[in-house]
Design a protein around this ligand. Structure first.
Ligand code: NAD
Ligand code: IPM
Ligand code: MN
Length: 350
């Protein structure tokens, strides 16, 4: 029996996580669920976005199902107390350096894509995003210039070990797929990216069967809407991966469709699973959120942390079937509520 921590968080986090949990429970597996407070909800109750008891639960659990954190009422808090620090803190504390963000076009969803159906049809990619380094975790600070102007800085940095281990995840993933790896950087300008490229080329020597291409991030953003079907696996740093994955989500229909797995090794046992979207304060509490990204994250949890490929595929097939049968939340152009979408997936699961 596995222990699954449920960290639902803020805004639509609890709404979509509830549907994902219902789907997990419907599988009739012998797993135990334990909820914990995180993000703005934890700050309100306990004065910290990532309280010690939540961190303790995260360490104890076999896997974490995470919703979203973020609360506009807390935008004025100092950075270290903001709800977002909870997810950043969990990633760092658990060493979750590898973030897998698959973007796949589901049959029937072409009309929901921001791209023309014939461009969108063939999308099947995984963005492998480095998650515990880069400008997110480099030295940060505020100060004043010599002229007395207020100044802020965030240092972008990677060391070779950090780049090599995420590159390996990218190559391993590509090896198991279409053997095409695109490494995205900004090596024409950034020193960090020049190191990135150097190390990726070194790791490539171990993977002669994978076709490696380097691409600048501005070009990658363009190619992602020009010909997204050409991508197989994309490996990139923390910031570029954050931005490109939101963009990829609209290529396959909605940000409400993209799940993610955050792992501390490529087939890691300790993992955190969350939709790529945030707390969506603009639609929170209205039953409008698409729970598919959360449900598909639960499938990734079973696959990567609990080695239950069969159940993962059952969930994925149920989401595809529900969509094939016409279930659509408003982001996909339909009228299903969050729970009605969950019901449709549950019905397809039976
Ligand atoms: P967001 O992803 O929350 O929302 C962006 C847009 O997408 C909104 O219009 C929203 O309504 C829509 N959307 C998002 N998820 C949806 C879903 N499941 N179904 C339908 N529509 C959906 O991004 P944002 O508005 O920039 O950020 C809101 C808050 O969430 C901020 O506090 C931000 O820091 C936080 N955030 C948290 C995470 C996380 O917890 N991992 C991720 C991204 C943003
Ligand atoms: C994501 C989010 C987070 C990130 C924020 C909330 C810290 O945008 O998971 O994509 O930037 O990593
Ligand atoms: Mn993001």
């Amino acid at each position: 029996m596995a222990l699954i921590a449920i960290l639902a968080g803020d805004g639509i986090g609890p709404e979509v996580t509830h549907e994902a949990r219902r789907v997990l429970e419907a599988l009739g597996l012998d797993h135990q669920f334990e909820p914990g407070l995180v993000g703005g909800a934890a700050y309100r109750a306990l004065g910290h976005p990532l309280p010690p008891q939540t961190l303790e639960l995260a360490h104890r659990a076999d896997a974490i199902l995470f919703g979203a954190v973020g609360d506009p009422e807390m935008d004025g808090l100092e950075r270290t107390l903001r709800p977002e620090q909870a997810i950043l803190g969990l990633r760092k504390a658990l060493g979750l350096f590898a973030n897998l963000r698959p973007a796949t076009m589901f049959p029937g969803l072409e009309d929901a894509s921001a791209l023309r159906p014939e461009v969108a049809r063939s999308i099947d990619m995984v963005i492998v995003r480095e998650l515990t380094g880069d400008v997110y975790f480099g030295d940060k600070g505020r100060g004043h210039t010599k002229m007395g102007l207020r100044e802020g800085h965030d240092m972008m940095r990677y060391d070779e070990a950090e780049v090599a281990r995420i590159a390996r995840v990218g190559f391993e993933m590509a090896k198991r797929r279409k053997k095409i790896l695109t490494s995205v950087d900004k090596a024409n300008v950034l020193e960090t990216s020049q190191l990135w490229r150097e190390i990726v080329n070194e790791v490539a020597l171990d993977y002669p069967e994978v076709k490696l291409t380097h691409m600048y991030v501005d070009n990658a953003a363009m190619q992602l809407v020009r010909n997204p079907g050409a991508f197989d696996v994309v490996v990139t740093g923390n910031l570029f991966g954050d931005i490109l994955s939101d963009q990829a989500s609209m290529c396959v229909g909605s940000i409400g469709m993209l799940p993610s797995a955050s792992l501390n090794e490529w087939t890691g046992t300790c993992g955190l699973y969350e939709p790529i979207h945030g707390s969506a304060p603009d639609i929170a509490g209205q039953g409008k959120a698409n729970p598919c990204a959360a449900i598909l994250s639960a499938a990734m949890l079973l696959r990567h942390s609990l080695s239950d490929e069969a159940s993962a595929q059952r969930i994925e097939a149920a989401v595809i079937a529900a969509i094939g049968a016409g279930a659509r939340t408003p982001d996909l152009g339909g009228t299903h509520s969050t729970s009605a979408m969950g019901d449709a997936v549950l019905a397809a699961l039976q």
